[in-house]
Design a protein around this ligand. Sequence first.
Ligand code: NAP
Length: 305
Amino acid sequence: MTMTWHVLGAGSLGSLWAARLARAGLPVRLLLRDRARLATYRAAGGLTLVEHGQSSLYPIAAQTPADSTPIRLLLLACKAYDAEAAVASLAHRLTADAELILLQNGMGSQDAAAARLPRTRCILASSTEGAFRDGDFRVVFAGHGYTWLGDPLDPTPPTWLEQLGSTGIPHQWTPDILTRLWRKLALNCAINPLTVLYDCRNGGLLEHPAEVATLCAELGELLSLCGQPAAAEQLEEEVERVIKATAANYSSMHQDVAQGRRTEISFLLGHACAVAHRHQHELPHLNALHGRLVSHLNARGLPTQ
Ligand code: NAP
């Protein structure tokens, strides 16, 4: 039986997923924040996906969490800081065999969301796809990539994985999803905060090789401490490679700060420092970086959590 995909969050990634699921003929329902957002969405006539400069409108059915229809499959596509509350608002609608896919970047929000739903299977995702909004309910597919999916508690692939094969969404089921999430978090911690503090593109970090190397060494210690030694392998080399390959880009955290948007700091560098602290392990440079980033955000009136 074809399952209905409920997608919470019609932002960049949520819209990118919803449009491609709908295009493949799968049943999709968007979950929007409230009645006001629903009215705006209906006035827009649907979601617009811009690919290779071409816009297509997808009139996907939408509802709010207050709707009463049951949810078997939920794709959570909000920011990490909204994940726990969003899941809590839908808990009463999830069926006994419901599954949740968590698309959030970083770490920490997945555990918080899962703790709200102790009986629901939670599948974690790590994506290198890129999308941004250029208007309300309009999303631009900016960077092709890949999405890894996995369940740290159960290596059995879910039944809906086959449906995903028909959508053209590049993906792979992996038993090592935690390693992937930790590796991505480490790359993010080594690059994004410094781009904010130096107000530079990723390539600007080529002028700060010693600082990047010191952070990579501490991140490697952290990953080993967390039982993720594979995520620490050749971290510094990959960070250097990413900095060079994306030299002309502004990091996501830089873009958030430049546009006065809340960052996901608590689920990235903040999470790294909190885990080290919990293990009573000293990571002086990461802690100092976190302190500088918090001051920077405070000075701009942005949340530091
Ligand atoms: P986004 O564009 O800000 O979209 C998030 C959406 O979630 C917004 O539309 C927001 O609604 C909605 N939302 C939040 N709480 C909600 C609730 N309770 N009910 C209904 N809707 C709710 O964020 P994004 O860029 O897609 O990022 C989502 C996650 O994917 C983040 O963790 C990000 O780091 C990760 N990620 C993003 C990309 C990318 O290229 N964008 C790539 C890789 C990973 P409103 O519009 O009403 O505020």
